[in-house]
Ligand binder design. Sequence first.
Ligand SMILES: NC(=O)C1=CN([C@@H]2O[C@H](COP(=O)(O)OP(=O)(O)OC[C@H]3O[C@@H](n4cnc5c(N)ncnc54)[C@H](O)[C@@H]3O)[C@@H](O)[C@H]2O)[C@@H](O)CC1
Ligand SMILES: [K+]
Length: 521
Amino acid sequence: MELVTSAEMRAIDARTIEEFGIPQAILMENAGRAVAEEARRHAGAAGRGTDFGWLVLAGKGNNGGDGLVCARHLRDMGCRVAVLYAESPDRMQGAAALQRDIAARLGIPARVFAQPELGGDITDAGWFDGCDGLIDALLGTGSAGEPREPYASLIEAAVKSGLPVVAVDIPSGLDADTGAVAKACIRAESTVALAYAKRGLHQHPGAAHAGEVVVRRIGIPAGEAERAGVNTYLLNADSLQAKLGLSFPLPRTEDSHKGTYGHVLVAAGSALMSGAGLLSARAALRAGSGLVSWAQPAAAAPGLRGFAPEIMLRAVQDEGTGEWRQVKPERLAEAASGADALVIGPGMGRWEGDGAWLRSLLERVQAPVLVDADALNMIADACAQPGAWPQRNAPTVITPHPGEMARLAGLTVPQTQRDRIGLARDYAARHGVTVVLKGARTVVASPDGRAFVNTTGNPGMATGGAGDALAGIIGSLLGQGLNALEAAAYGVYWHGLAGDRAAASRPQAASLIAGDIVEAL
Ligand SMILES: NC(=O)C1=CN([C@@H]2O[C@H](COP(=O)(O)OP(=O)(O)OC[C@H]3O[C@@H](n4cnc5c(N)ncnc54)[C@H](O)[C@@H]3O)[C@@H](O)[C@H]2O)[C@@H](O)CC1
Ligand SMILES: [K+]
């Protein structure tokens, strides 16, 4: 499923109207009817059916027009319905004005929230008396910036009322492109996205304000998003198939052997953090690798014998202390030369000169590499400038959490979170790497511009080691021959799904630990 920006949606709308001659009024009719149907479903789920009083909050743009169509259909379904215009309905134009006139002729009761020129008082408390739910048709994709008055006050009053809200297209006050929310922003129980889901509905904090997102067709011909060059998608089993040609689970042929499924080398873990390496290596095994080797500085390797019988230990020459700082990059590159993928970083620690060390390693390794955790911070120190990234022919996937992304991009964490899709995509294109920006609704971005927003996972996965498991999974998939975007997208989806399965099998998500995710793969 495509995720669009406001500008992309406007272009698609315009082409539908101008090129195919489908009138705006028809799109609006379909939109409003779809919202009415979802609103009725919502009331039905609350055990109320048509015995429900709806108040439609209508702005002056086309979002408000959709709301008026919705009001008409709710009325025809037998619901009680009234309209509260945010500002004078005289300011409506075009298709929205047409709906205003129809609603008036039908006698749908209407009031105006703020009409200062008529002595209107926005502090009046009785706006929502006698209604059971709100339709938010104040602001849609045509709005920009913080809602201005009287919209801000009406939104705040609506939130304060505690009434359930069904939002038209986006909750008013939400940035449709980034998911940022204004101080005044509707909190909807459900949002009926028209034609396509807007990106902001699937990025936090917007996602929490959108509630359940239902996408409804409104008459825009199929394939128009693709034609308009939209290349951001929701990540689920359907899009893995449709956009990347990957079936879930991946097929395994009968006539195969361990050599068929790749050999992954995991260079991770150190004296006090060996668990990070073990989790990554186990995750790689559970994700289907034929062989998994766990690389360790030679002096540290003997102490790790026997932890996991399926994992091979690979001792890499050091100078006797068992520390990564003593392992020459060329030695580790040599160890990786027989592998189909390298996972590097979790629990490795940091040391003086580690940025140059990592760059030298990455430039020598011919296999695809997954870079995580400490290795990302090494990169942040050594390679932040464009062109300073290691020159590699094989793919590189990086899996930063917001803190690591902030260091990589030279931003603060809030800046990083402001437009996660935009940032991940920009970083991927600039440095030629595939970016997995972790956190709720993980973003996967490819240097070619394609991006996916994940749908799986839960807050129980906010636990130490969950990232190490993800690194092992994606490394495993790289080793099995998936390309960087395929491995990253598939791995992120699967990791979240395993986390959801593991959480469901426990009394509460909070007790989930990383090993549960690995075992649930
Ligand atoms: N364009 C189309 O063909 C279709 C549009 N549809 C609906 O139309 C919406 C977009 O409509 P519009 O482009 O008319 O815009 P909106 O209805 O989203 O609202 C924008 C209106 O609010 C004003 N405004 C902008 N920023 C504001 C702010 N920060 N505070 C207060 N007011 C602000 C603008 O002057 C404009 O009048 C969609 O979200 C969707 O609901 C649907 O009817 C389907 C077809
Ligand atoms: K809205």
